[in-house]
Design a protein around this ligand. Sequence first.
Ligand SMILES: C[C@](O)(CO)[C@H](O)COP(=O)(O)OP(=O)(O)OC[C@H]1O[C@@H](n2ccc(N)nc2=O)[C@H](O)[C@@H]1O
Ligand SMILES: Nc1ncnc2c1ncn2[C@@H]1O[C@H](COP(=O)(O)OP(=O)(O)OP(=O)(O)O)[C@@H](O)[C@H]1O
Length: 287
Amino acid sequence: MLYIKAPAKINLTLDVLYKRPDNYHEIEMIMTTVDLADRIGLQGTAKGIHIQSADRFVPNDSRNLAYQAAQLIKDTFNIKTGVIISLDKQIPVAAGLAGGSSDAAATLKGLNQLWQLNLSLDELAELGAKIGSDVSFCVYGGTALATGRGEVIEELPAPPHCWVILAKPSLGVSTADVYGAFNPDKADHPDTQAMIAALREGDYEAMCANLGNALESVTMNLHPEVGQIKEQMIKFGADAVLMSGSGPTVFGLVNQEARIPRIYNGLRGFCSEVYAVRLLGDREPLA
Ligand SMILES: C[C@](O)(CO)[C@H](O)COP(=O)(O)OP(=O)(O)OC[C@H]1O[C@@H](n2ccc(N)nc2=O)[C@H](O)[C@@H]1O
Ligand SMILES: Nc1ncnc2c1ncn2[C@@H]1O[C@H](COP(=O)(O)OP(=O)(O)OP(=O)(O)O)[C@@H](O)[C@H]1O
């Protein structure tokens, strides 16, 4: 059995520029991976694609993004044999943390090894874009500026050292619904260039000051819990807080480890799922 880690991402910024003729939105966002990961097991078999997962919210058929990744590789490279994909889910589902996208990216990378395809990260990321807008970023990992509909990736320096507290209210959010309800005239637009400068300078305060997500107010209107969690995180001592992706997960940053327990324990009263993790920050080389 081949095992691959599939880490979650958070958005340090997410700006929505305009709606495109293909119904996707042109976006500009900065993402970075965090040390909360699903574990994907891949085992060759005679034929077919088989998904195994104990998580009842995860589909075990062609709706699963890991299944779609395996199907795409099989079709593109005319692979006749099959694979059993076991998903040990640690990333909350429908949370804004790219769990499914990261599983798909890990499956692409793992099958590249299992079936000895010798594809580069760029080739795997190009395949990933066919599955979902976040999959290309998840193939590279680390920290990046993503443009287009999210599939054009430019590597950025890792953020300055800090911890991340993630809190997910017990509701899932549909990414399509959030983009559908987005109104460009009412949105807050983050300063992407200021965030890039903060990363280049390793400036923690500037990174905190420039967190921003144009989808946050949309999801908050649909689910007021998101705003309440933000308030609680600030109250318990986070340096800066933001909703990740289309939500509903909220993350808080702290650069002093001693402050984590108060925030973590305080949030546990409001949310079923709370995690305190490190940023991963840098890309890992392709195995
Ligand atoms: C919110 C984010 O997670 C931020 O990282 C991404 O923008 C969404 O990435 P994703 O879940 O991989 O999205 P996809 O599976 O490609 O698209 C889901 C749906 O979201 C909407 N969508 C997505 C990406 C984008 N740039 N514009 C959009 O309008 C579309 O309605 C699309 O049908
Ligand atoms: N491998 C997978 N893991 C979790 N959900 C999956 C997977 N494959 C497909 N799905 C489906 O995708 C939906 C969204 O789940 P996912 O955890 O990927 O959302 P997300 O974290 O909000 O993603 P993103 O941040 O990329 O928008 C789920 O409701 C589930 O039905």
